[in-house]
Design a protein around this ligand. Structure first.
Ligand SMILES: NC(=O)c1ccc[n+]([C@@H]2O[C@H](COP(=O)([O-])OP(=O)(O)OC[C@H]3O[C@@H](n4cnc5c(N)ncnc54)[C@H](OP(=O)(O)O)[C@@H]3O)[C@@H](O)[C@H]2O)c1
Length: 303
């Protein structure tokens, strides 16, 4: 007699209410897993960060942290207070979750933190894999170093993965949602020269890499969260692909000085510069991208 046992696992997601968190929750639930979100607010299937600190980690198979104040919120001035919020919302939530994991009676088997490719120094020529150096040259690179350092937990019980994500593209948030209206009106175009690298990933693939990391025992360490073709994509390529998919001209550049004036010089680096990033370990770990090239990713997002 064959007995079919359906195993459902419970996962804890910090920042699970956000753009990436919603895609990840949906993917995990579609695979039969249960999800509890850790949020600043109470809600259905949610616990608060305060409850996590006071009561400890509920029994679960895996944990993920996606919490973080939106760095590119154009309505927030790049003040000292905002910079602090950007740091604290990532570093303190990661510290809280890592501490809860380390102190849990039944620690989860896997723990995934999503950080960013801002770890690598922007360059038009250098190609970065997961083994490349970085993390100590500007505000964002140092933030990633601190963020990842807070994630360390005892290795004997919990397998740890850090996904360094590029710009996340999807229908329900992120870069494309902010750019869609100017592009639809034919007012879109590259940012500044458009020659700067554009390290991107479809949100389905970022969620897919996190699930792959949670579910596969052999996966550990750093994984770059960018599409395989992102290493050769420039900001101008992205603008042209988006314009072409919308059948609109995409020739009006957004001048660099406007970007600097709106976001401040330190933050505008994220838009005016970029990194050529290769997802070498991600591919070696066996992950197969649903959207490896930009036209198919954009077609899916606009469909
Ligand atoms: N989107 C991208 O292009 C991109 C690129 C590289 C890396 N990442 C990283 O990936 C993670 C997920 O990105 P996302 O686009 O899904 O983020 P998001 O939607 O902007 O925010 C994720 C969640 O973070 C929590 N949060 C926001 N501000 C907070 C604060 N001040 N303190 C504590 N929690 C706060 C919120 O959850 P509650 O309101 O429920 O508390 C929010 O739902 C982030 O850490 C981000 O830095 C994203």
């Amino acid at each position: 007699m064959r007995v079919l046992i359906e195993i459902t696992s419970m996962f804890e997601l910090g920042g699970g209410t956000g753009f990436v968190g919603r895609a990840l929750t949906q993917l995990l639930r579609s695979r039969g897993h249960e999800v509890t979100v850790v949020s600043r607010r109470p809600g259905k299937d949610q616990i608060t960060w305060d409850e996590l600190s006071r009561l400890g980690l509920p029994p679960c198979e895996g944990a993920v942290n996606l919490a973080g104040e939106n760095v590119l919120n154009p309505l927030r001035r790049w003040s000292e207070d905002f910079r602090q919020e950007v740091v604290t919302s990532r570093v303190e939530t990661t510290k809280t979750l890592a501490k809860a994991i380390a102190e849990a009676d039944h620690p989860p088997r896997s723990w995934v933190l999503v950080t960013g490719v801002g770890y690598y120094r922007p360059s038009h020529t250098t190609k970065y894999t997961e083994n490349s150096p970085g993390g100590d040259f500007d505000f964002f690179s140092r933030l990633v170093t601190r963020w990842e350092a807070e994630a360390r937990v005892p290795e004997q019980t919990t397998r740890q993965v850090v996904v360094r994500s590029g710009v996340v593209l999807g229908r329900d948030g992120g870069a494309i949602a902010q750019m869609l209206w100017p592009f639809r009106l034919g007012l879109g175009g590259p940012i500044a020269s458009g020659l700067q690298p554009f390290p991107w990933i479809h949100v389905t693939d970022l969620a897919g890499i996190v699930v792959h990391a949670l579910e596969h025992e052999g996966v550990g360490g750093i994984l770059n969260g960018v599409a395989p073709s992102a290493v050769t994509t420039s900001n101008g390529d992205f603008a042209r692909a988006l314009g072409s998919a919308l059948r609109r001209p995409a020739i009006l550049p957004l001048p660099g000085f406007v970007v600097s004036a709106v976001f401040g010089p330190e933050r505008s680096v994220m838009l005016l510069e970029g990194q050529r990033v290769v997802p070498r370990r991600t591919l070696e770990s066996g992950y197969r991208f649903a959207f490896p090239d930009l036209p198919s990713a954009i077609r899916d997002i606009l469909s």
